[in-house]
Unconditional design. Structure first.
Length: 255
C-alpha cells in the first residue's frame, strides 16, 4: 500500500520548488463541478505546494491546507495558502467543518479507511469529498518511444507509471469502495475530465523527478533515464502534447 511507503511519500519535499514549478495543474471544469452547489469552505488534504488550494482561493473560497511535509507547506504559504502541519489521519480539526474536502494527487498517501473516517467527521451534512488524480496519455508513437527507454533503463517502472498512463483503474474503484465501506457517504461516482498540455523537452524532464517513483530511483539511473528521454523528445522536434485525464472520485456526506 503506497500510504505505508514513507520514503516515497516524503520524497516530494526534497525539491519543493521544482514540484511547484513542474507539476501540472487541474482543469477549470473540475473546479466548476466541485463548486457547482455553492461550496465555500474547502479543506485541501495533502496540499503540498498549494497547487489545488490556489485554484479554489482564486474562486473566492476559504481554503485550509493540511500537509505533513513542512518543506512543501512553506512553498504553499508563500502563495498565500493557510497550511497546518500534520498527516490528515492525525490532524486535529478542533471542531471545524467544511463544505468540501479535496485531495489532488495525494489520497493514495492516506490510509483509505482512516481517511474516509476523518473526511466524514469534518464534512457538513451533504458536504462533498472529492479526490482526484491526473493520468497522462500519449500518442502511440510517443508512448512506444518512452516505454522503450523505460524498459532499457528502469525496467518495471513503466508498468505502473502515472506519467505513461499505466495506473490501473483499480486505484479509482478501490477508492470508491472505501467511501462505500465507510457508511457515512452516499454512493460515490467516478468522473473523468480530459485536457491537454504541451511540453518542451526541458519542461518534461523537469517534471519527471517530481514523481516519487522517479525521484527515488538511484541517482545514476535517474540521470540516464532523463538523458535518454530527452534524446527521444529531441527526435520528436523538441516538444510534444500530453493528454491528461483528471479522474475524480466523489461522494456526498449523508445528512
Amino acid at each position: 500500500m503506497l500510504h505505508e511507503d514513507r520514503r516515497r511519500a516524503g520524497s516530494f519535499g526534497e525539491d519543493a520548488e521544482q514540484y511547484d514549478r513542474a507539476r501540472p495543474s487541474y482543469p477549470a471544469a473540475l473546479v466548476d463541478d466541485l463548486l457547482a452547489d455553492g461550496a465555500r469552505d474547502v479543506l485541501d488534504v495533502g496540499c503540498g505546494t498549494g497547487k489545488v488550494a490556489r485554484l479554489f482561493l482564486a474562486r473566492g473560497c476559504n481554503v485550509l491546507g493540511v500537509e505533513p511535509d513542512e518543506r512543501m507547506a512553506a512553498v504553499a504559504r508563500r502563495h498565500g495558502v493557510v497550511v497546518e502541519h500534520a498527516t490528515f489521519e492525525e490532524w486535529d480539526a478542533a471542531g471545524r467543518t467544511f463544505d468540501l474536502v479535496v485531495a489532488g494527487q495525494t489520497w493514495h498517501w492516506v490510509h483509505p479507511d482512516r481517511g474516509a473516517d476523518k473526511a466524514a467527521a469534518v464534512l457538513r451534512p451533504h458536504g462533498r469529498l472529492a479526490v482526484f488524480w491526473n493520468r497522462a496519455s500519449h500518442q502511440p508513437h510517443v508512448k512506444a518511444a518512452f516505454e522503450a527507454v523505460y524498459a532499457r533503463v528502469a525496467p518495471g517502472l513503466d508498468t505502473h507509471s502515472i506519467l505513461l498512463g499505466n495506473v490501473a483503474d483499480s486505484r479509482f474503484t478501490d477508492t470508491a469502495d472505501s467511501f462505500r465501506r465507510n457508511g457515512a457517504f452516499e454512493d460515490p461516482s467516478i468522473r473523468t475530465f480530459r485536457w491537454e498540455q504541451r511540453y518542451t523537452r526541458d519542461e518534461w524532464l523537469d517534471a519527471l523527478p517530481t514523481y516519487s517513483d522517479h525521484r527515488t530511483l538511484p541517482p545514476d539511473v535517474l540521470a540516464r533515464l532523463l538523458d535518454d528521454i530527452g534524446a527521444v523528445i529531441d527526435e520528436m522536434g523538441g516538444a510534444f502534447d500530453v493528454t491528461y485525464e483528471t479522474v475524480v472520485v466523489t461522494a456526498r456526506r449523508r445528512a
